[in-house]
Design a protein around this ligand. Structure first.
Ligand SMILES: O=C(CO)[C@@H](O)[C@@H](O)COP(=O)(O)O
Length: 215
């Protein structure tokens, strides 16, 4: 089996989307790129993640051709591939429909950096990519128009895309974005959330990039 370890990471992340309630049923998708071969492992389309094995994860080349796999790849394959083709620093793309972040996607509203979590794990505020129809060539460019060096963006009227240098970092960005979106949602209900100063955002971002955990 090609890319067994990466396929296991992609499947594990997909199961975590269910665990952290970022998707329901077959919603969302996960992919990872192998830096050595350039091949991409992506979840199959329309299949619930529980019960899948690494063999069910589809391996593609950067033209979107199936290299190994028995199922059709995600309906969102085009934007995953577009991101990999245009951003060498990104080796994982995760798409979710997480509830609170999707509220702001429905409002076409950026989530400001009102808690250090967003600075730490996403790199600051969360921009909104313009609406594009699912499965089209437009979604990839719309995402790269806004995401910059952030680790996540909202998809207008749709959901969330999180990215990272590997599957683990992209998963953490997706989970922590939803945490921060819940806080922002509740804070908006109570009063007027206060944005962190840019200087503090930079400090919090760098702390997690260079010092957090066992670094
Ligand atoms: O949001 C969408 C389609 O609108 C997709 O993420 C979701 O339905 C999952 O599709 P796939 O199972 O990845 O083909």
């Amino acid at each position: 089996m090609l890319l067994e370890n990466l396929r296991k990471q992609v499947l594990d992340a997909a199961l975590n989307l269910i665990k952290y309630r970022l998707v329901t049923l077959t919603g969302g998708n996960v992919s990872g790129r192998d830096p050595e071969t350039g091949l991409v492992a992506i979840t199959p389309s329309g299949m619930e993640y529980e019960g899948l094995t690494p063999e069910d994860i589809v391996v593609l080349d950067l033209n979107g051709n199936i290299v190994e796999g028995k199922w059709k790849p995600s309906v969102d394959t085009k934007f995953h591939i577009y991101i990999y083709k245009n951003r060498r620093d990104i080796n994982s793309v995760i798409h979710t429909h997480s509830t609170f972040a999707s509220c702001f996607a429905a409002l076409n509203e950026e989530i400001p950096c009102v808690v250090t979590t967003l600075a730490n794990e996403v790199g600051g505020s969360v921009p909104v990519a313009r609406y594009t129809p699912v499965g089209t060539d437009e979604m990839g460019p719309a995402i790269l128009e806004v995401i910059g060096d952030k680790r996540a963006c909202l998809l207008a009227n749709h959901g969330v895309v999180a990215v990272g240098p590997d599957v683990r970092h992209a998963l953490v960005a997706a989970v922590m974005l939803e945490d921060a979106a819940k806080v922002y949602f509740a804070a908006r209900c109570i009063g007027k959330p206060i944005e962190l100063p840019e200087s503090e955002v930079i400090k919090a971002k760098e702390l997690f990039l260079y010092k957090y955990g066992q670094k």
